[in-house]
Design a protein around this ligand. Sequence first.
Ligand SMILES: Cc1cc2nc3c(=O)[nH]c(=O)nc-3n(C[C@H](O)[C@H](O)[C@H](O)COP(=O)(O)OP(=O)(O)OC[C@H]3O[C@@H](n4cnc5c(N)ncnc54)[C@H](O)[C@@H]3O)c2cc1C
Length: 342
Amino acid sequence: MHAHLAIEHDFPLKSLNTFGIDARARRYLRVRGPEDLAAVIGDPALAALPRLLLGGGSNVLLTRDFDGLVLHMTGAGKALAGETDSHVLVRGAAGENWHGFVQYTLAQGLGGLENMSLIPGTLGAAPIQNIGAYGAEIKDVFHSLTVFDMASGELRTMDAAACRFGYRDSVFKRAEGQGLAIVDVTFALPRDWQPNLRYAELAQALSEAGVKQPTPQQVSDTVVALRRRKLPDPAVIGNAGSFFKNPLVTGAACARLLAQFPALVHHAQPDGSEKLAAGWLIDQCGWKGRKLGAAGVYPKQALVLVNNGGASGADVLALARAIQADVSARYGVLLEPEPVLV
Ligand SMILES: Cc1cc2nc3c(=O)[nH]c(=O)nc-3n(C[C@H](O)[C@H](O)[C@H](O)COP(=O)(O)OP(=O)(O)OC[C@H]3O[C@@H](n4cnc5c(N)ncnc54)[C@H](O)[C@@H]3O)c2cc1C
């Protein structure tokens, strides 16, 4: 075994996942960069273990102890990485805190990431589900990323097309993207920045504050204030943000549902499909604020499942399944979990 790899045994993961699930890993390694990943695959005993890449643990549900090697992506560093007439490139290592990275770009006078302020987790995990909030997604300002291929041991650059971003989706969530560890991410931020105020709640909060031409920092501060009001702080109550994706249905299916449920909350998509509000569907089924064992539905936001203290991953999963069954029985719509189930 590589002497310089500080592998830990039977490692507690409770403080490394925002649900606060008390699960353990058979082996654990703090990964500082690609050299550590190369050492892992160069060691036959380690290479043979099942692997779990972990960033901030804010989008995983640990349903049991992990009988393998947890690779905790902690590599740090961020810098300006080039410029063109229209854009400035900013790059950061996978282990950088996402919100810290957003604040760093704002401090450089660069806009583009402000609507996604305060999303928990790491920079390296942001592309996995193409994180987004308040009408923006990272794919809007994404430039490229570097992956370490755990099968070949090679470093490779991938552009947006190669990442195949979709709504809370990318190639990294599919079979072809397994075994790729993201080691750094680069954004192309526009010099000629315009605020993105498509999201009505954000536009309204700024106008109520009397801000007519907001700076990127003012947009960020407003997003932070809105999020603090609505979402539970994982340091206080365990959760992984939205537990279900907003389901996409065809226009025809949406029309059929509207005939039966005129208050149905839906948003037309550019391709003619309709996005339904998962939180509304769950609320209508009477789940908001309800508990099942130590797991529950957050009283202020039905889309967020919470650990009320001592819940196991199996408890949260049982609650999720019960909600899925009710929504499916009433609306014929399947809710898909957003966090990765481990
Ligand atoms: C209170 C709260 C609010 C949230 N709000 C939002 C929101 O508004 N919008 C949104 O999109 N998400 C939101 N989330 C979800 C979460 O913050 C994001 O998905 C975030 O990007 C996860 O980052 P992480 O580092 O915690 O990833 P983790 O939970 O550690 O990992 C998530 C997945 O990515 C993989 N992974 C992690 N790092 C790497 C890497 N370097 N290379 C390859 N694979 C990797 C893991 O194996 C796992 O499959 C919220 C979560 C919480 C708790």
